[in-house]
Design a protein around this ligand. Structure first.
Ligand code: CAA
Length: 297
């Protein structure tokens, strides 16, 4: 990953202190890429156990990067020294940019934005969300600074995938959008695609119906999980098949995204199929719990 560079138009030079809310799959990946880009990162989780789980996730990913020569031991140690874990949201007070990456649930995210609005003191601070499907407008209007609220949507695994979707709401200022874009491209070295504030944005609007179709195909007995995945890996050169990808995303997260999209568009293709609902009820959430459509134990 590149070191921080002066932004192309100078608008994000003041973003040096980053906060991340949530150290799950996405929050830990965002923490890693920010720390590897030379930024000081404070990560907030709700309890010591979640802090430890988040720290372990970041360590495992850094070690994977080390094993595949993507970074040196010195880079890893420097990145670790730049990240600080906390359970106190108040520790994000001095941040220039806070990226929220908690569970894909509207009420939870709205509460985080209301709380961040009270805590983050810098007048120019940007409050960003990694949501994939919840309207940025709802998060913006949960604060007194909707002009500084924007969607900054990363992809999993965050250290590997080079895309970020930028999603301004109707109330997001042009300056916030420009600073966020400069930050993502100039500091994190990722590419940006822009999207209107519609559930699913660009990528999930295309990806989620595909993943749900694979679940329906399995559910109807049309083909086995292995054959569905092999079909797309070998027949279309996808890096992984749709059911394995659903397992990677997390079946609870996929269900939540599908529900938000269904709520927004009322299109049957976004409606989560019963098999997905039952698997989430059963706690079979994919790779993170050891079993989903495939077994990871
Ligand atoms: N740090 C740095 N590099 C890493 C790394 C890390 N932590 N982990 C892996 N890498 C690198 C490896 O070094 C390797 O690089 P090279 O190709 O240069 O050798 C590359 O990433 C692939 O890693 P692996 O060889 O270990 O693993 P793989 O080939 O099995 O690939 C995968 C794993 C990257 C997950 C790949 O299968 C993939 O890209 N799958 C698709 C993932 C995808 O579609 N994600 C989007 C999900 S949708 C989403 O996130 C949004 C949402 O809202 C739901």
């Amino acid at each position: 990953l590149p070191r921080p560079q002066p932004a192309l138009n100078g608008t994000c030079e003041d973003i040096l202190r980053v906060g991340v809310v949530g150290a799950g799959l996405m929050g830990s990946g965002i923490t890693e890429v920010c720390a590897r880009a030379g930024l000081d990162v404070v990560v907030r989780e709700t309890c010591p156990e979640s802090v430890e789980a988040g720290r372990r996730r970041v360590l495992a990913s850094l070690d994977r990067g080390l094993r595949s020569d993507k970074l040196t031991e010195a880079d890893r140690d420097a990145a670790l020294s730049r990240m600080h874990f906390t359970t106190d949201l108040g520790d994000l007070a001095d941040r220039d940019l806070v990226i929220e990456a908690v569970a894909e649930d509207e009420q939870t995210k709205t509460e985080v934005f209301t709380a961040l609005d009270k805590v983050v003191v810098r007048p120019s601070a940007i409050l960003a969300s990694n949501t994939s499907s919840i309207p940025i407008m709802k998060l913006g209007t949960a604060t007194d600074r909707p002009g500084q609220v924007i969607g900054v949507h990363f992809f999993n695994p965050v250290p590997v995938l080079g895309l970020v979707e930028l999603v301004p709401s109707l109330l997001t200022s042009g300056q916030t959008r420009a600073r966020a874009e400069d930050f993502v491209t100039g500091v994190l070295g990722k590419q940006v695609v822009g999207s209107q504030d519609r559930a699913g944005f660009v990528v999930n609007a295309l990806l989620v119906p595909y993943l749900l179709s694979a679940v329906r195909m399995l559910e109807s007995g049309f083909a086995s999980a292995g054959d569905i995945d092999n079909g797309m890996v070998l027949g279309c050169a996808h890096p992984m098949g749709p059911l394995r990808l659903a397992d990677l995303i997390g079946l609870d997260t996929l269900k939540a995204i599908a529900e938000s999209m269904y709520e927004e568009f009322k299109e049957p293709l976004y409606s989560p199929p019963p098999l997905l609902l039952r698997m989430v009820d059963a706690g079979l959430l994919g790779k993170k719990t050891g079993r989903g459509f495939h077994d990871y134990t």
